[in-house]
Design a protein around this ligand. Sequence first.
Ligand code: AHR
Length: 521
Amino acid sequence: MKKVFFLLSLTAALSVSAKNEVTVNVHADKPGATINKNIYGQFSEHLGTCIYGGLWVGPDSKISNTNGYRNDVLNALKELEVPVMRWPGGCYADEYHWMDGIGPKEDRPVMVNNNWGGIVEDNSFGTHEFLNLCELIGCEPYISLNVGSGSVEEAAKWIEYMNAADGPMAKLRKQNGREEPWHVKYIGIGNEAWGCGGNMLPEYYSDIFRRYQTYCRDFNGTQLFKIASGATDYDYEWTEVLMKKVGSMMNAVSLHYYTVSGWVGPKKPALDFTEEDFYWCLGKCLGIEPVIQKHLAIMSKYDPEHKTPLLVDEWGTWWEPEPGTQLYQQSTMRDALVASLSLDVFHKYCDRIQMTNIAQVANVLQSMILTKDDKMVLTPTYWIFDMYKPHMDATYIPTDLEGVEVKLTPNERYAANPDETATRPLPLFSSTASKKNGKLHISMSNVKLNEAQSVTVKLDGMKAKKVTGKILTSGKASDYNTFEKPDKIKLADFDKARIDKKTGDLILEIPAASIVTLEVE
Ligand code: AHR
């Protein structure tokens, strides 16, 4: 493994051209699979102020809202065309009892959110509130069932409540004001079953999955898509056992991978980082690619026809939380690069990766949105998701790179892990491309902290007639949006790419730590 990494980085390092120009070869003549729009999925958990204060303020709030949902957040999420949202957790899901969150608010029991600060949860945001939110945004719901501390009966009845047209659970739903079923398709059977979801062994969880899935019924024409709680990071045995024991009883297996800033030792701050921290973090982010490759290779052994996709249903940066909060962190241009680099990897495996859910949508970890009272900020990560929208449901177009410099960063924080190398190699440029409705979109990240990158884009199988673009850039990689200056970083038009008349190549320069998406017609 170490040898492979070394050779890869050496090859890339040797191919640096004298004038340090990167060439992006875009193979428009070799289209790949469709980039499932669900790769742009979100995750919302009862954690900190993700739900309460982030998405939901209640109908009586002075903050502008529609039936309790913040209007600013609602509009921002509609604008993003969120395809799917996971709820109610995370770790919270395995302590959540859905019946506590239906019916008149004053009758709903309270509970203690043991996973996240021991705060008292009043259950005012429950099944109706979540599923109606999905309808308002126009996204598919993805429900995580309580397997850790719940029961099969409870799980089965929840699905009946959400999806059945008739029967006792449908009657109860109607009494609670919802006539039509919601047609929920994506069902997660537990979360992190190896940890907060019950500390199970893979063999035991496989049996549990088989049992639960038996009673997760299709109602009313809605065919469930049953997702197994997958491995964390480097736990390949988990995937092996699941594939062997559960096989085709599951529709997908999940994976969690965070760009955790401290595993051995404390987590690092979101804002105050050195050059080494910057490169290490982006190297850790790209460490997801070999992890994905290994899980996919195991899955292929048991599923050679690739019928079972891998869903990365939690990913993103995890910094030291701001004091007195539950996982609330700011988001800089460094986080934006983690988003673009991760999405580039997900696109590359889009024949197998059918959904991902960044953690989390508001006020928790690598959020799209931060809120404070009646104020809202869109993070640089939000703008990456906005910039990458054209790739949703587009045809993947492979790209390869020449002339990319590689940075090697000491990796002692992770060296204890057998999968890790003593120095972490990081290519300082990334690209991805797709085609939809006759238009080609090429996204490119300049990962260099302090240096602009000259780029030539060569198009195979397509002649460029017109090029336009968007850019996300800022003076420093540590820049971020605040409630006082919410528009410091936002997506802007980029008109600096030109078509070389002789060669037809696209020529541009990308500022340091910035991301560009070109649209080519
Ligand atoms: O996203 C925060 C937590 O990270 C989730 O609750 C859990 O699934 C994971 O460990």
